[in-house]
Ligand binder design. Structure first.
Ligand SMILES: [Zn+2]
Ligand SMILES: [Zn+2]
Length: 137
């Protein structure tokens, strides 16, 4: 097994360590991810059944996604950086923002979602599978 995926917020108060392999690594260009990231897309690693260790006090806020999934976004109350997402209805899944990784070069996205919402100033990375919205099935 590879080294744990470690990372945290911009000021270092909120930290995580994940033992496991990412199930999916994907960029998302939906408006929600644009607002959240402050730029053209969000970049996410999603783990399933991973061993997650958290430290520091993150604040959470919840949003309901297009498919009705409740997403709990965790961010650092000190620096405001988004760090991870949890899914109350799917506790086996855990998602982190790619740039929060200590080694962000480990992020290797295979797909870009919601390209219909993408902007000319935020082109899709080469070699991606693209979906105009959320992939289904
Ligand atoms: Zn912080
Ligand atoms: Zn999105």
């Amino acid at each position: 097994m590879s080294d744990p995926f470690t990372g945290g917020c911009a000021c270092g108060a909120v930290r995580y360590s994940i033992v496991g392999e990412p199930l999916v690594m994907a960029d998302c260009q939906c408006r929600h991810c644009q607002h959240l990231s402050g730029t053209g897309h969000g970049s996410y690693l999603t783990f399933k059944d991973a061993a997650v260790t958290l430290s520091g006090e993150a604040r959470r806020w919840e949003v309901v996604g297009d498919l009705g999934t409740v997403k709990a976004h965790a961010f650092c109350p000190t620096c405001g950086a988004p760090v991870y997402l949890a899914f109350p209805a799917m506790p086996d899944l855990f998602t982190v923002h790619a740039a929060s990784l200590d080694a962000p070069e480990r992020y290797a996205p295979s797909m870009t979602l919601f390209t219909a919402r993408g902007h000319a100033w935020d082109p899709v990375a080469p070699g991606q599978r693209t979906f105009a919205g959320m992939p289904t099935g």
